[in-house]
Design a protein around this ligand. Structure first.
Ligand code: SAH
Ligand code: SF4
Length: 432
């Protein structure tokens, strides 16, 4: 979501006459787009700001002015902290108000004092004010939903991104058409809780994600559709059916489970049990046999016993995720779990994370190894490290490296997979 937001901010700045500087040393304006999900990400903002202050001072010696701004969830949660620890920041806005950037930049004068702060949860939607989105290349993100009403007890998102809101069907379809016209063959629909999407059509009637997916599948030239991140309890029958019916919907689904223990899921305030999760996975697999799953896991949530952790490992052994993101529980001020007793010792968290990650990596490696010999359509969109090499994504979201000229960039090309490791594949282009 932050990559998408940054792209929209850059487009807005472009429209205002800014162009991209190659380094912060050369920039008149530097904006940090921030994440508050775990402590490490949030702390990084302050160390990065320290470095920017040095650059700002250095440039000032040469008579150059530098505007420094902070955007995103850290601002929403820690605006006072920013004023206290980094008073040289010129402005700071939450993730829902960055469309006001032109107005904010106009307010910044040479003789500025304290940062301009905007942490309002605005009545208007930023999407109604931003300039039209532009393609990000062969694959583009498209935010359709924002915010979360689930209030998992560990999570800061509902406090920083606000309550769930959805963009209208027409708004999303128009943006998708623009992206495809700009060269995107893949669109990844985004939302903190994307499958809780409820967008209105022109007549004011509300529709869900399944309806939107079917409408998007009608767009000529849109060859791949993905959506992320889904909340298991909000996967409905029609969404499951879509996976069997819409060929453009890629056979890879990120479906975070967090834990394999019912006791912990309850303490997390997740609205699904372990068996409900496994049932959803099974029904999705029934709809599309080659569907693969990735997930998010938190280890060391308050009160997690060895047995709870074993249940998580057991769930991994059942689903055999082809990719996963796993984290040590991070205490976020203001969330219920931060106040819970039986916080888990840091060393135990570390140990459990190591065990879980080894297990996840073994399934990921096995899945990648099983791809060897297959011919897969790969969407190339990044230059590789070596000259003449491109990196792309298989339908299962595996990174694949191949020798390919730049004429293949942003295109879907058949590739024979010849090598694999945990994090990527390599392959050879099939002649057509
Ligand atoms: N809405 C999505 C996830 C958004 S946050 C969902 O519910 O699945 C992305 C991931 O960050 C979460 O899935 C969770 O695994 C992790 N996360 C969130 N808060 C965390 C915390 N306090 N400590 C560790 N990991 C956390
Ligand atoms: Fe956070 Fe996701 Fe839970 Fe919402 S559903 S509170 S975003 S983890």
């Amino acid at each position: 979501m932050n990559v998408y937001d940054s792209h929209r901010i850059a487009s807005m700045l472009n429209k205002m006459g800014f162009s991209e500087a190659k380094t912060p040393q050369k920039a008149d304006l530097v904006i940090l787009n921030t994440c508050h999900i775990r402590e490490k990400a949030a702390e990084k903002v302050f160390s990065d700001l320290g470095r920017l202050k040095m650059i700002k001072d250095e440039r000032a010696k040469n008579g150059l002015d530098t505007i420094i701004g902070v955007i995103g969830c850290v601002v929403q949660a820690e605006d006072e902290e920013i004023c206290k620890r980094a008073p040289f920041v010129d402005f700071a806005t939450g993730p829902l108000t960055y469309h006001r950037l032109p107005e904010i930049l106009r307010k910044i004068t040479k003789s500025r004092g304290t940062p301009i702060i905007d942490t309002e949860f605005p009545a208007e939607s930023k999407f109604d004010y931003l300039p039209q989105n532009s393609s990000m290349g062969g694959s583009s993100f498209l935010a359709i939903q924002e915010g979360c009403d689930n209030f998992c007890t560990y999570c800061i998102v509902p406090y920083t991104r606000g309550i769930e809101t959805s963009r209208s069907i027409e708004d999303v379809i128009n943006e998708a058409r623009t992206l495809v016209a700009g060269g995107s063959v893949e669109i990844n629909l985004l939302g903190q809780n994307v499958n809780s999407y409820r967008g209105v059509d022109a007549s004011g009637k509300e529709h869900d994600l399944a309806y939107l997916l079917r409408r998007l599948a009608d767009i000529n030239g849109l060859e791949r559709i993905r959506y992320t991140t889904s909340y298991p309890a909000d996967v409905n029958d029609d969404l499951i059916a879509c996976h069997g019916e819409i060929p453009q919907l890629m056979p890879y689904l990120h479906l975070p489970v967090q834990s394999g223990s019912d006791k912990i899921l309850k303490a997390m305030n997740r609205r699904h049990t372990r068996s409900q999760y496994l049932d959803i996975v099974a029904r999705l697999k029934d709809a599309r046999q080659d569907l693969q799953f990735s997930s998010d896991f938190i280890v060391g949530f308050p009160g997690e016993s060895d047995e709870d952790f074993e249940n998580t490992l057991d769930l991994v052994n059942k689903v055999k995720f082809c990719q996963a993101f796993s984290f040590k529980y991070s205490r976020r001020a203001g969330t219920p779990a931060a106040e819970m007793p039986n916080q888990i010792d840091e060393n135990i968290k570390k140990e459990r994370l190591g065990i879980l990650q080894d297990l996840l990596a073994s399934y990921q490696l096995k899945f990648n190894n099983d791809s060897i010999g297959q011919i897969m359509p790969v969407l190339f969109d990044i230059k590789g490290r070596n000259k003449g090499e491109l990196i792309g994504r298989t339908p299962y979201m595996q990174n694949l490296h191949a020798e390919a000229g730049k004429e293949y960039c942003n295109k879907i090309v058949n590739v024979k997979v010849t090598g694999a490791n945990v994090n990527s594949l390599s392959g050879i282009l099939e002649e057509d």
